[in-house]
Design a protein around this ligand. Structure first.
Ligand SMILES: [Zn+2]
Length: 179
């Protein structure tokens, strides 16, 4: 099959399949519109069929600050490390790396009996923040793990949230450390 023919035959199916997968993982409408070329009407219909309710309205989160708070930073860093692996080692394209990376993130969190604080939409927003250069990864000087940081913050002497958790985090620290 030629590339063009394959696109015409499978393109539509692939887009719908992707949309269904994204909806099942919790994608918001803006994410679906951005990652597929399906119409808003089509996506809304799919969403209602799968979720049994209308997609939530409202803006997507637009601030990088959430990703810097203690537990979200650990979860975001875990996800982004997996995402990069999928992109570079498993040679996925960006959206497939996101879907596979997010599934693996969920598996990790479930295995540790932790709560998935990072939604798919947040994960997608994070990737866009990386793409636009707002955030970066920096190594922790104690454990060597790489963590999400503001791009313009000084990275020298950085200690991550696992190595230096806030005291109020004591209860969930163990779960986080084993992540
Ligand atoms: Zn560390």
């Amino acid at each position: 099959m030629t590339g063009a023919a394959r696109k015409s035959v499978l393109g539509e199916v692939r887009e719908v399949t992707l949309a269904i997968e994204l909806i099942e993982l919790g994608a918001r409408l803006q994410l679906l519109e951005s990652e597929t070329s399906l119409s808003r009407e089509r996506l809304t219909k799919l969403y209602k069929e799968i979720k049994g309710e209308s997609p939530p309205k409202g803006m997507l989160p637009f601030s990088t600050d959430w990703f810097m708070t203690w537990q979200p930073n650990i979860h975001s860093s875990l996800f982004y490390n997996i995402y990069l692996f999928m992109l570079r080692e498993a040679r996925c394209d960006s959206i497939q790396a996101m879907v596979k990376g997010y599934r693996l993130y969920l598996e990790n969190v479930e295995r540790d009996n932790d709560e998935a604080v990072l939604t798919l939409t947040r994960a997608w927003t994070l990737v866009r923040f990386f793409d636009s250069g707002l955030v970066t990864m920096a190594p922790c000087t104690r454990c060597g793990g790489k963590f999400v940081m503001h791009a313009h913050d000084p990275h020298h002497g950085y200690v991550c949230g696992l190595c230096a958790p806030p005291s109020r985090a004591g209860k969930t620290r163990k779960a986080a450390v084993t992540a």
